[in-house]
Write a protein that binds this ligand. Structure first.
Ligand code: NAD
Length: 421
């Protein structure tokens, strides 16, 4: 099947199948792989919302819990007009793999609503979020399933989820959702955590392959939470040149490197990185294949297809987004000697600081930013080292190595627990 037609969940299953070839073939292990091919629970809800003008609109919402064998399920909430069940299943599957690679005591889940949030007023968005939370409330809870921000959602939306759940339960339960504002039990460092973790992983990779991170020219697709925070830190802490950026509305290119803070201000003012004064316009496809050293896809799935991969010139791809590269593209990138730091490792800084937030909420004791970033770096570098070692020993790309590590941990848990009843 051409990778253009492959759905995100089909992509996820293909990645699992490829990694399974490197794992034991006895009955227990094969059963565990079969177990992981399926999502434990998928809930679809319809959400009638009274709009500000008095009319009613009905939106589709989803919550998928892929696997809770290693702990409560954890996964973000996406608001986008393209959200569908298949995509949410894939994102939940990747969360199971990610929490296992990072050795966090969680399983994987994801949620979404098919809506363009930019078309709703703040009050409509609040009603939609509260209705969704109420509709899936039986699935949620600090020891059951814990949402967090993803594409199209932010800390304000997490505060409404926390409030709705707490109203229904009759007590303030901070541990039910992460990525909250710090005023209501959020963690310092969570907002920037995915970008911060991505930069820690890039530092570890640069050290391994002997390049000077400060001297790299970087192209970033997607300039939201992940892309913008990554760009800011690469420019401020490493003096990297950010030469190309894009978002859903277009892109900008400047071979001399952008003033990233000015870009952030431009996005705040205009809603896009496009039309940045003095920059050349660039399309998303041109960005992915532009002449750069490091490419950071930080938007959505299936951006680097086989066709795009043929034109990629970067030496390293650090996946900020979930599922940006198709399995067919992976094969081509591998043959070209391009190193891909896979999503389930590279963008795990967000879920790791979400884990810290959850621990702090449950302890009712909050850490300072220095401690957060020190512990984040430790967990990111340890996971990187484990994955890199497997990739060297088994002579496989880092994505396969990350899957081998994750599936080993998951399969051992499935085998030890046994299959109920
Ligand atoms: P966001 O909503 O803050 O930003 C998304 C960015 O991608 C925006 O600039 C948007 O314009 C752009 N975009 C969306 N669709 C696009 C398209 N078709 N082509 C080009 N650009 C497009 O979202 P985010 O939180 O930064 O998430 C980005 C990616 O990172 C997603 O894949 C998400 O699952 C993943 N991720 C996010 C986190 C987190 O903590 N927020 C953690 C891990 C992974």
């Amino acid at each position: 099947m051409s990778d253009i037609k492959q759905s995100p969940y089909e992509m996820a299953l293909k990645q699992l199948e490829i990694a399974s070839q490197y794992l034991p073939k006895d009955k227990d292990w094969l059963n565990a792989i079969e177990y992981l091919k399926n999502c434990q629970r998928c809930l679809i809800v319809s959400l009638p919302i009274v709009m500000d003008d008095g009319t009613m609109k009905v939106f589709d919402g989803y919550r998928v819990q892929h696997c809770d064998v290693r702990g409560p399920t954890k996964g973000g909430l996406r608001y986008s007009k393209d959200v569908n069940l298949d995509e949410v299943k894939a994102l939940a599957f990747w969360m199971t793999m990610k929490t296992a690679v990072m050795n966090l005591p969680y399983g994987g889940s994801k949620g979404g609503i098919t809506v363009d949030p930019s078309k709703l007023s703040k009050t409509e968005l609040q009603r939609l979020t509260r209705r969704y939370t109420y509709a899936i409330i039986d699935l949620l809870g600090p020891v059951k399933d814990i949402p967090a921000p993803d594409v199209g959602t932010d800390s304000k939306i997490m505060a409404w989820i926390f409030d709705t759940y707490s109203m229904a339960m009759g007590l303030p339960d901070h541990g039910v959702v992460t990525g909250k504002p710090v005023e209501v039990g959020g963690s310092l460092g969570r907002e920037a955590a995915t970008g911060t973790g991505l930069v820690y992983i890039m530092e570890a990779m640069a050290e391994k392959i002997g390049i000077n991170l400060d001297a790299q020219r970087v192209a970033i697709q997607g300039f939201g939470n992940v892309g913008a925070n990554c760009a800011l830190q690469l420019a401020q802490n490493h003096k990297c040149k950010i030469i190309a950026v894009s978002d859903i509305k277009g892109g900008s290119y400047n071979e001399k490197g952008f003033d990233v803070q000015a870009l952030v201000d431009h996005v705040k003012k205009t809603g896009s990185v496009a039309n940045f004064p003095g920059a050349k316009a660039i399309s998303n496809k041109e960005l992915l294949t532009c002449d750069c050293d490091i490419l950071v896809p930080a938007a959505i799935e299936k951006q680097i297809t086989a066709e795009v991969a043929k034109g990629v010139k970067a030496k390293v791809i650090a996946e900020g987004a979930n599922g940006p590269t198709t399995p067919d593209a992976d094969e081509i990138l591998n043959k070209k000697g391009i190193i891909v730091i896979p999503d389930i490792l590279a963008n795990a800084g967000g879920v790791t600081v979400s884990y810290f937030e959850w621990v702090q909420d449950r302890d009712a004791y909050f850490w300072d930013l220095e401690r957060i970033n020190k512990e984040l770096r430790k967990i990111m570098v340890n996971a990187f080292t484990d994955v890199y070692k497997i990739s060297q020993e088994k002579k496989v790309p880092m994505r396969i190595a990350a899957y081998i590590l994750a599936v080993e941990r998951l399969a051992k848990a499935i085998i030890l627990r046994g299959i109920f009843p």
